[in-house]
Write a protein that binds this ligand. Structure first.
Ligand code: G16
Ligand code: MG
Length: 207
């Protein structure tokens, strides 16, 4: 029986990928190269600094480690301008209903996100109080597909991996959950999330 549920944030609870995209595109424009939505797929679930490295690779740009930190900071400032304007209307269909349903069944809930802005976003959209634990980019050092974030999620809930389920939209996240030994429900395209135990189009399919 499932006792705990661990949710990814971007792509599962809210669609912040569109704001990450706009902020990365803003940087690419400054460097003078095209950054497309297809390119943006490669950044899903990936840490901020690793995302920057992928963007630089796409643009064929080479900068120092110090400049990388500066650019990552600039991108985040731009991203923050977008997420400052978020409200509950941006919660993905079925997400709030499903979280409430799980809570009524006594299932404990954690967030397992790569984002350092996760708590801020949960507060903006009014879902923070539905989570018993939050494991985010400020708490883990190894990015997905490393299982660290989900193992920490189980521990924070006081549960074993075998008692939990993960909800993930990114390939790297699905891999991370499998490596942690947790049953994983993919959110999105079954042709892409082939490794998931089950795939649904959104949490609205589960309520
Ligand atoms: C999210 C996004 C990634 C982003 C990462 C870090 O992960 O999918 O594109 O690069 O967080 O975000 P930040 O720059 O806010 O720290 P997740 O794990 O919630 O899907
Ligand atoms: Mg995601």
């Amino acid at each position: 029986k499932v006792k705990g549920a661990i949710f990814d944030l971007d792509g599962v609870i809210v669609d912040t990928a569109k704001y990450h995209f706009l902020a990365w595109k803003w940087l690419a424009d400054q460097w003078g190269f095209e950054f497309t939505e297809t390119d943006n797929e490669r950044l899903k679930g990936v840490s901020r600094i690793r995302s920057l490295e992928i963007v630089l690779e796409i643009g064929g740009i080479d900068i120092s480690e110090e400049e990388k930190l500066q650019k990552a900071e600039q991108k985040n400032e731009k991203y923050l301008q977008y997420i400052h304007q978020m409200d509950r209307s941006e919660v993905l269909p079925g997400a709030e209903e499903y979280l409430l349903q799980l809570r009524r069944r006594g299932v404990r809930i954690a967030l397992g996100s790569a984002s350092k802005n996760a708590v801020f976003i949960l507060e903006k959209v009014g879902l923070a109080e539905l989570f018993d634990a939050v494991i985010d980019g400020t708490k883990v050092s190894k990015a997905k597909p490393d299982p660290e974030v989900f193992i920490a999620g189980c521990e924070a809930l006081g549960l074993e991996p075998g008692e939990c389920v993960v909800f993930e939209d990114a390939e790297a996240g699905v891999e991370a959950a499998i490596a942690a030994g947790i049953y994983v429900v993919g959110i999105g395209n079954p042709d892409i999330l082939v490794a998931a135990n089950r795939v649904v189009s959104g949490l609205n399919e589960l309520v």
